[in-house]
Design a protein around this ligand. Structure first.
Ligand code: NAD
Length: 419
């Protein structure tokens, strides 16, 4: 019973993953105790005027896990599934993600319990501005820089930036990332997470010597990250045979016509029902016989329940915590190669970092330069993790955590926070 209860807590799972890395590193008890907790957690309740004249009270959070290596960085999620426990877990993941790719940031995450698709544009704007005001005491360019996540968009980031700027009395463009280019956003940010997933998938395929035939791919979650990943994998020469969203999936072994699928999704609001493919369930998508599987939807999609039915040779874990610790063990045993979440989806925060740097220096770069820099940072991190995995004889996830935790522990020690 205790095990079952624990496995339901996203934060307990995040701590369990940290503990595994701390064991490999032989981290001191004090540093371990410090790093396995979050530094700050803020809960806010705030009213929002709805178009029908009613006023509803919403709940939101902003959590900072660690700021020893620099300001906190992390997305804002709008979803009915948001809980403080989940936001704490995702904030901790952000600390390791920034550290594993060498960005000078700590980790944070925010969220509001809301289904954004049920709100009008004006309700969404009111909710965003109110939430931004409530968490304003924590955020800012030197303190904590939000970005988009599940259910949030560049427009929402622009409203947050505007709210922060109204309080300051001048434009504070570096206060959020993932903004539209018109207000200091970066070229290439929109598809940066998907581009990073693609670069890493190609590198892993090279390492696994899967170059000869046309590798196939299935992508779970056809949202911001999933759709751009599918398109970029296709452009890189892979055959994308299946994709899914929260309402089901589609499969065509000869490859999906992604441009036509985008049109269908825009019109119907879902991928299923697409004429040039067969409808499949979300569960079936994860079990397709592809070379690569990219879970890009939400947490806990591959668990002890279905891990033995996954047939892909490589998983690039685009969604945070898409795979449970129990499933990790099963996949490892079966020789499935994993690019773990903190590395796999780091393209988003890497280009967010570039956006922040550009805003601070008020000097903007061309997209080609950004993509080249992204490729450099993420590929270097991939090989660092791979070498750690081989040298320490640990799986890729543990290797990524070991590198990240070591860097945060070093910063903690050298600053004298915890000797
Ligand atoms: P999004 O809201 O744009 O898209 C999510 C997609 O997943 C939607 O199409 C939704 O229908 C689908 N989905 C939800 N539940 C599903 C299920 N059970 N089965 C299949 N599909 C399902 O969100 P996003 O920004 O693309 O984020 C996806 C994941 O990537 C999240 O874990 C997020 O934390 C992570 N991530 C996002 C970014 C970013 O820059 N947006 C960066 C790093 C990591």
């Amino acid at each position: 019973m205790a095990v079952e209860l624990q496995s339901k807590s996203a934060f307990a799972i995040a701590q369990r993953r940290f503990d595994a890395a701390a064991d490999v590193l032989g981290l001191s008890d004090g540093t371990r105790r410090l790093l396995r907790e979050v530094k700050r957690e803020l809960t806010v309740h705030f009213p929002v005027h709805h178009d029908d004249g009613s006023v509803r009270v919403y709940t939101g959070y902003r959590v900072q896990h660690n700021i020893n290596r620099g300001p906190a960085k992390g997305g804002i999620r709008y979803s009915p599934e948001v809980t403080l426990d989940l936001i704490k877990a995702l904030a901790m993941l952000m600390t390791w993600k920034c550290a594993v790719v060498g960005l000078p940031y700590g980790g944070a995450k925010g969220g509001v319990i809301v289904a954004p698709e049920t709100l009008s544009l004006s309700e969404l704007e009111h909710l965003t501005r109110r939430y931004a005001t409530e968490i304003a005491l924590l955020i800012g360019p030197e303190k904590d820089i939000p970005a988009p996540d599940l259910g949030t968009t560049p427009q929402i980031m622009a409203w947050i930036m505007d709210t922060v700027s109204m309080h300051a009395g001048h434009a504070v463009t570096a206060s959020v990332t993932g903004k539209p280019v018109d207000v200091g956003g970066s070229e290439g940010r929109q598809e940066a997470a998907g581009r990073g997933v693609t670069y890493l998938t190609l590198e892993a395929l090279k390492y696994l010597h899967v170059g000869e035939e046309t590798p196939t791919a299935a992508v779970q979650g056809y949202g911001k990250v999933g759709a751009s990943t599918a398109r970029l994998l296709h452009e890189a020469g892979l055959r994308v045979v299946g994709v899914s969203d929260s309402r089901g999936g589609v499969y065509n072994p000869r490859g999906l016509d992604l441009a036509a699928l985008d049109e269908h999704k825009r019109f119907r609001g879902r991928v299923s029902g697409f004429k040039k493919a067969e409808d499949i369930s979300g569960e079936e998508l994860l079990e397709l016989p592809t070379t690569v599987l990219v879970p890009a939807a939400t947490e806990q999609q591959i668990t002890a329940r279905n891990a033995d039915r996954v047939r892909a040779r490589l998983i690039t874990e685009a969604a945070n915590a898409a795979i449970s610790p129990e499933a990790d063990a099963v996949l490892n045993e079966r020789g499935v190669f994993l690019v773990p979440d903190i590395l796999a989806n780091s393209g988003g925060v890497i280009v967010s970092y570039f956006e922040w740097v550009q805003d601070l220096q008020a000097f903007f770069w061309e997209e080609e330069e950004i993509n080249t820099k992204l490729h450099h940072v993420i590929t270097r991190a991939f090989y660092e993790v791979l070498h750690a995995s081989v040298n320490k004889r640990v799986d890729m996830r543990t290797a990524a955590y070991v590198l990240a935790v070591q860097r945060v522990a070093n910063a903690t020690t050298v600053r004298g926070i915890y000797p």
